[in-house]
Design a protein around this ligand. Structure first.
Ligand SMILES: Cc1cc2nc3c(=O)[nH]c(=O)nc-3n(C[C@H](O)[C@H](O)[C@H](O)COP(=O)(O)OP(=O)(O)OC[C@H]3O[C@@H](n4cnc5c(N)ncnc54)[C@H](O)[C@@H]3O)c2cc1C
Length: 494
């Protein structure tokens, strides 16, 4: 008889884990509490608008390519990708900069702001490319069980090139003096959930991803990727149970034997928990079997939560590109409000996505689909009053910068913040992006991929290796599935 597995959660990591297991002959059931796949990347449709509720940046296309290739498919079998040009627009305090997709044009832009910056960019990106190649080849697909995985000769000899112990900020500041260039170079680190000061310079690999690999958009929206992975999973035989909340993970001695849901129990030979790690541990029927204590979690540096607005606007809005970063206030005080002294920031930086600039299918004709994101400290007290106050603050800034009123033209409105992350995804402290990629939370220092007291329970997703973001979630699911397959002793679980 085929061995069977349960995957808890149908976000990117759960879809990846399930598909990898199924492709190796395991009978897989994915159990998801929400009514659709995608997790934080699910969609919301209203009055002809289709909103991606979470990710909007399609970076590292090579990771998606490899994902589909592993099953004999290609991304183009499922969706059409478009490279965005400009990659994104940056609103600084007194300027508006479009970051061109062309590397030569970007160098010219840097050089015009700071003589010598073009050559510095070449140097910076040469190193970044080396880190990206080493990272993809030797690091991200390691399960992170222990330091010894990283002590083979090739990895050690690569280590000094990776600049693990240097801060990202120092690395950027050593290359560039212009404040705007510095903030453009530091921007990709925001995806990793920590400040540039706390992020290892290793992650300049993200600049390589940004500048050289490019910003892409799957026509139809980011959820096209979710649908593609969901289709592929079903082609591999994976079954899905939506609207099914896992209430507990049932254990006996060193094994789990299944789950309890609100509608009954489901047995399995192994489980991959691809929901938020902290929540999964609270589901264990015996708390002694948790990998980590509450105080462990409390000491982690979580990636930010977010206040999000999904806006349907009944007219076209000039002055915006597909991706727009409002870096018109200094980042450090906002970062302080996220990481050091959690509070609502005085002058928040924010991001506006207008996918209807690229894609007619996400808004009715002549209208605009807007998504606004303000990063906030996880665990912050959340209230409708604060959401409204910040809505008005950022919309006033946005309207002033582009010289167009938007608020009178909003016909569809939804806000989403910490409380919703908790209610909809069981997110620890309402985090949006999981666990920050700080030095002390990298590789084997992250929450472990396997349960140390149970032989057939693994974890996947943005709170374990390799970290937050869609490409890492795909990799995390794959690595968890590989580890599960390695230790699977068929028929030995009674
Ligand atoms: C607003 C926002 C913007 C982002 N932008 C980007 C971006 O532009 N690019 C990028 O690469 N990344 C981005 N990210 C990060 C990226 O979306 C995540 O890292 C990734 O989607 C996480 O996938 P996951 O599988 O780990 O978790 P999730 O997507 O959270 O999936 C976990 C699933 O488990 C389910 N679940 C939880 N508890 C239970 C239970 N008890 N029973 C059953 N099911 C349960 C949840 O409903 C959920 O569907 C963004 C995230 C957010 C929130």
């Amino acid at each position: 008889m085929k061995p069977n597995a349960i995957v808890i959660g149908s976000g990117f990591s759960g879809l990846s884990a399930a598909t990898h297991l199924a492709s190796q002959g395991v009978k897989v059931t994915v159990v998801e509490r929400n009514d659709q796949p995608g997790g934080r990347a699910r969609i919301w449709k209203q009055d002809g608008f289709t909103f991606d509720m979470g990710p909007s940046w399609y970076w590292m296309p090579d990771v998606f390519d490899r994902y589909f290739e592993a099953f004999g498919k290609s991304t183009s079998d499922y969706y059409e990708l478009k490279r965005l040009d400009p990659s994104y627009r940056v609103f600084t305090a007194d300027d508006v900069l479009d970051i061109p997709a062309s590397y030569d044009e970007l160098k010219a832009l840097f050089e015009a702001r700071e003589p010598g910056a073009a050559r510095q960019l070449d140097k910076f990106l040469d190193e970044a490319r080396t880190k990206y190649d080493i990272g993809m080849r030797d690091l991200v697909e390691k399960p992170g069980h222990s330091l010894f995985e990283f002590t083979d000769l090739r990895t050690i000899s690569s280590a000094f090139k990776l600049q693990i112990f240097k801060s990202f900020r120092k690395h950027v500041y050593a290359h560039f003096k212009d404040e705007v260039i510095r903030s453009i170079m530091e921007f990709p680190v925001l995806f990793l959930g920590a400040t540039p000061q706390k992020t290892p310079a290793l992650y300049s690999l993200m600049n390589y991803a940004d500048i050289q690999l490019g910003t892409w958009y799957p026509m139809g929206g980011m959820h096209r990727v979710v649908h593609a992975m969901h289709d592929l999973a079903r082609e591999q035989g994976v079954e899905f149970q939506f609207n099914t909340e896992v209430k507990s993970i049932a254990t006996r001695k060193r094994l789990t034997w299944g789950i309890q849901t609100h509608s009954g129990s489901l047995e399995s030979d192994m489980i991959i928990g691809a929901a938020d790690y902290h929540h999964l541990e609270t589901l264990l029927d015996n708390p002694e079997l948790k990998n980590y204590t509450e105080s462990y979690w409390d000491k982690r540096t979580m990636a930010p939560s977010s206040l999000l607005f999904y806006l349907g606007v009944n007219r076209k809005i000039d002055g915006l590109e597909h991706h727009n970063l409002f870096f018109d206030a200094p980042f450090d005080p906002h970062a302080d409000a996220i990481y050091q002294s959690p509070r609502w920031p005085d002058h928040p930086l924010f991001y506006v996505c207008a996918p209807s600039k690229t894609d007619d299918s996400v808004a009715p004709e002549g209208m605009e689909n807007l998504f606004v994101l303000i990063p906030l400290a996880p665990g912050l007290a959340d209230s409708q009053e604060m959401r409204q106050e910040y809505f008005n603050r950022v919309m006033a800034r946005l309207e002033e910068r582009i010289g167009t009123p938007i608020r009178p033209h909003i016909t569809v409105y939804r806000d989403f913040a910490m409380n919703d992350f908790v209610n909809d995804y069981h997110a620890y402290k309402g985090n949006a992006y999981g666990l920050a990629n700080t030095l002390r939370q990298t590789a084997f220092l992250k929450p472990a991929l396997r349960n140390k007291k149970l032989d057939n329970l693994w974890y996947a997703g943005q709170l374990t290796t390799p970290g937050p973001g869609v490409p890492p979630a795909l990799i995390s699911g794959k690595v968890a599935a590989q580890e599960a397959l390695k230790t699977l002793r068929y028929g030995n679980y009674n």
